[in-house]
Design a binder for this molecule. Structure first.
Ligand code: GAR
Length: 226
């Protein structure tokens, strides 16, 4: 039986799409049981419907506390029998209510090389800072924002002419590679948390270093089939 996940999002859902595409290509062994958004107009909901995935909208404006909001999310996620929670552009801070319901089974993707540039403008903050490299990070979620143990990172160059949009586009392309990979490792039971560090069992020990014509990037641990 496939590993069952729920995807949380707030917007376009291109990362959701990369997960859907990877499952349809037979590379990612997960069953996306639910896509949940806090915004009724999130395009990610449309992507889910097109793929035949059940959707739910839980609007945070209907709840008086983050804990009450998360309690309702946990109820719906459990109702759909998901065992892990994949945050894909879900622009809300979650509480221990959700984390304790799915211990070590909540992942997030962030468009910067954490712990640099946490928050909601990771791409623009990095571009404005004048960094020479940025990238994206998939990590386990803990009680602090953009803080939990890091599973995989991808690095791309940043240039003086970049703004958040151009750098963000370069990063997003890699998000779509590393997130399905990280979720596949989770589904395969290959992620072991040891303090702040994550061991990916049987992963290669040299990063993927590549220039595929669309630009140079580096990914560590190396990508397998993604
Ligand atoms: C992605 O770039 C994701 O890394 C970012 O939101 C975007 C969602 O895009 N998440 C954060 O900034 C979390 N702090 P998508 O809806 O097209 O997947």
């Amino acid at each position: 039986m496939s590993f069952c996940v729920a995807v949380l999002l707030s917007g376009s859902g291109s990362n959701l799409q990369s997960l859907i595409d990877a499952t349809q290509a037979g590379k990612l062994d997960v069953d996306i049981r639910l896509v949940l958004s806090n915004k009724p107009d999130a395009y990610g909901l449309e992507r889910a419907r097109k793929a035949g995935i059940p959707t739910a909208v839980v609007s945070h404006t209907d709840f008086s506390s983050r804990e009450e909001y998360d309690t309702e999310m946990v109820r719906i996620i459990r109702e759909h029998q998901a065992e892990a929670v994949i945050m894909a552009g879900f622009m809300r801070i979650i509480t221990p209510v959700l984390l304790n319901a799915f211990p070590n089974k909540v992942l997030n993707i962030h468009p910067a090389l954490l712990p640099s540039f946490p928050g909601v403008h990771g791409q623009g903050d990095a571009a404005d800072h004048g960094v020479r490299f940025s990238g994206c990070t998939v990590h386990f979620v803990d009680a602090k924002m953009d803080n939990g143990p890091i599973i995989i990172q991808a690095v791309v160059p940043a240039f003086n002419k970049d703004d958040g949009e151009s750098l963000g586009a370069r990063i997003l392309r890699l998000e779509h590679r590393i997130y399905p990979q990280a979720v596949q490792w989770l589904a395969q039971g290959r992620l072991e948390i040891q303090g702040r560090k994550v061991v990916v069992l049987d992963a290669g020990n040299q990063p993927s270093v590549c220039d595929d014509g669309q630009g140079a990037y580096m990914v560590n641990p190396p990508l397998e089939d993604f």
